[in-house]
Design a protein. Sequence first.
Length: 505
Amino acid sequence: MSATDSPTATRLLDNYIGGAWTPSTSSETLDVTNPATGETLARVPLSSSADLDAAVKAARAALPEWRAVSTIARARKLFELRERLVARQEDLARSVTTEMGKTIADARAEVARMIEMVEAACAIPTTMQGRVLEDVSRNIDAETIRQPVGVCAAIVPFNFPAMVPFWFLPFAIACGNTFVLKPSEQVPLTQQIAFQELDALGLPAGVVNLVNGGREVVEGILDHPGIDAVSFVGSAPVAKIIYERSAKAGKRVQALGGAKNHMVVMPDAVVDQTVNGIIGSAFGAAGQRCMAGSVVVTVGEAHERLLPPLVAATEELSVGDGIQEATDVGPVISCAARDRIREWIDRGEADGGKIVVDGRSPGAEGLAADGAYVGPTILDDVAPDSAIVQEEVFGPVLTIVRADSLDDAIAIVNKSRFGNGTSIFTESGAAVRRYRHEVQAGMIGVNIGVAAPVAFFPFSGWKDSFLGDLHAHGPDAVDFYTRKKTVTSRYFSSGQGHGSYFVEN
């Protein structure tokens, strides 16, 4: 029976190991719930180290066969995957919304980015090319070639069930590696659909594997001697643990951590477009993304120009079940997250922030009593050193800080221990040039609220937002998933008179 058949509320999910849907050996499970309603969608196994070991052995066994497949043939498999995912686009989006909560519009955009990652990986016959230089010395040539790293694994978060796993999987297998995915136990359903389509590709058994689970599987990935590279996306404290433990075990590692992204608004900003950008950044996906702009820094008179229309537009946002097309802000991932976010709002107010839009108890009609709802919230006149400005809340909470000048604004941004993304809203090219030159963050938006790069560019966090040397997707993905080998060669004969020695029969 397929992993996505029998859509009953109590169905138990399988792992995907060695080319087959495989029950977990563990009897321990968690409920997967719809955060909009509290409904139980399925049960996910907390798989054992034995399950992980089986997946790693399958991946290791498949490696020689998959590496021997030409880059062109691997790319063609990805072209086929792209078409299969396009055909399942709406199924994937509705799954994202149902298990994670974001609006269906956000989910569709996420799935489109998921597919974009596959499209980027299809370019592997070009992007995996090495370099050649003739005559580095007399009759001596040098070349650099790229070869796969081996068995690669990814540990991914709840907030992008479709896209984030595909920051890694298509690039890894395009480069000739085999792959083990550990999805978030809170949102395992979307990758069940994705792996249905991967299964239909007819890849060698073991090229891609999925192991559901919690801490035991995560720790197993970090320590398992059969895994050569680890990718992680999650909170900053966990990213540090992942990086240090994986590196100590001799693995290549990239660990993407948390963020506290600032949006600087200059006095000459185009107000209506700036408001749209801020709202989309701060409240899209209910603020549950590492590129969410959660701090606005107004420079000089920009505060008086921005605040009234920003408050008015925020108050018009509708809160509800993300599956409804008219919903602007869906629930957060769980009731525990809802309660934690409310506590952050209380703390921000206690520290002197003025609540100008209060979403702690959204009063929209029809909200399920068991739903994990927090409405869009704005706190004004927040001190730049307040905890709510410095720490990641991961919810639909926007704080506004005042600055007298661009210098002050840059200082506020750079004081953060995070450095994922930041944006500036202005029509001044000089201000943009200075900002992008001086600000300490890896991704910069100019009049764009969410500065997340497209698949052909790397996702380049700095400081506590990233640990490692090579970032996710783009050209960094090819560097991460390949090892370079340099060959220096010389031949002593002229290439004549040796029969078939120089000619392949």
